[in-house]
Design a protein around this ligand. Structure first.
Ligand code: CAO
Length: 299
């Protein structure tokens, strides 16, 4: 039996279309599939092809490393292998661009410090991520073309009336991507509680199928780990992914002098088939303003 790497939404769509992913894997010699592979005609018309012994590019990896010095081997986890297949397919199939910006977060950090006692009383740790998810939900509401998906044939944009935001969670088993449902209808505390719950259950391997899939965008927060910017890979069928790097203190020109300002690097990668550069820049600028004026988020 071939182990299939496909997002839950792709499996669901395949089932609806009557496509057997196992059979498709045998026919195409591949084991990772995205929504694009389900486009009408792409799989049903595929000729019976013998499964290749090795893809031509795998020759690059077919090296005797032990000939160069001592080595140890460690099998990748099931989660890591599925992520590797999905990331490879997404990177190969989606024309992606990453737009970078910085948001000033002094006001957000002040508000977060003031809210700390209430967070403690609620039994929550209020990390900056809750504000970022809330701001992104508001920004998606203002730019609905990003809160969307492409149809499998790439001809239609499917605009969603709900805002579900996935968060990348680093776990000992590998990268998990649970989803905050209806983030567009939630307030700060509900989002903070969702993040804590999903991250804990992801690390305890207690996520269910219902916790995954259906998002339009993922947030990948590497703030705790450092970095000034990165280029996250879109997780199809989502159209975008927002990377957050470490907050740092930068000199900010006020018009007549420089002042120290805490800034958060934003890196928005997007599917350029569905989103153009101006749309991505407008969304990011809007997001930046929301993050910079966090009181408005709480209204
Ligand atoms: N800059 C600096 N510090 C930041 C920060 C930022 N942008 N964002 C969060 N932090 C700090 C918080 O202030 C907090 O610090 P203290 O512990 O000192 O109070 C700490 O980081 C919180 O980190 P956390 O991980 O406990 O909580 P979180 O809400 O920030 O993130 C989660 C939750 C699940 C997203 C995170 O734990 C995680 O797994 N991130 C990794 C995501 C990842 O691997 N992405 C790559 C995917 S693609 O390869």
């Amino acid at each position: 039996m071939t182990e299939i790497a496909a997002a839950p939404s792709v499996r669901k769509r395949a089932a609806e279309m009557g496509i057997d992913l196992e059979a498709l894997a045998r026919r195409t010699g591949r084991s990772a599939f995205t929504a694009d592979d389900l486009a009408p005609g792409t799989q049903t018309a595929a000729p019976e092809a013998p499964a290749p012994q090795a893809q031509p590019h795998t020759a690059f990896w077919d090296v005797d490393h032990a000939a160069h010095g001592p080595v140890r081997t460690e099998p990748l986890s099931r989660v890591d292998r599925a992520a590797a297949a999905n990331l490879g397919a997404a990177n190969a199939m989606i024309p992606q661009v990453t737009h970078h910006d910085r948001a000033r977060v002094d006001a957000l950090e002040e508000l977060r410090a003031r809210a700390a006692p209430e967070a403690r009383a609620r039994g929550l740790k209020l990390t900056p991520l809750a504000f970022h998810v809330l701001a992104l939900a508001r920004a998606l509401a203002a730019y609905p073309r990003v809160n969307a998906a492409l149809s499998p044939d790439g001809q239609t944009l499917i605009l969603k009336d709900y805002i579900h935001i996935a968060i990348a969670v680093d776990t000992p088993q590998g990268l998990m991507v649970p989803v905050i449902r209806n983030a567009g209808d939630k307030g700060l505390w509900d989002i903070a509680a969702d993040i804590a719950d999903l991250a804990t259950r992801a690390r305890d391997r207690k996520l269910t199928q219902k916790d995954q899939g259906g998002a339009s965008i993922t947030i990948s927060s590497l703030g705790k780990s450092g970095g000034t910017a990165f280029t996250p890979i879109v997780n199809p069928p989502e159209l975008a992914i927002l990377g957050l790097s470490a907050t740092q203190t930068d000199p900010l020109w006020t018009g007549d002098t420089f002042i120290p300002a805490k800034t958060l690097p934003l890196s928005l990668s997007y599917d350029h088939r569905a989103i153009n550069g101006a749309q991505a820049a407008n969304l990011t600028t809007h997001l930046k303003k929301l993050i910079e004026n966090p009181k408005n988020l709480l209204m």
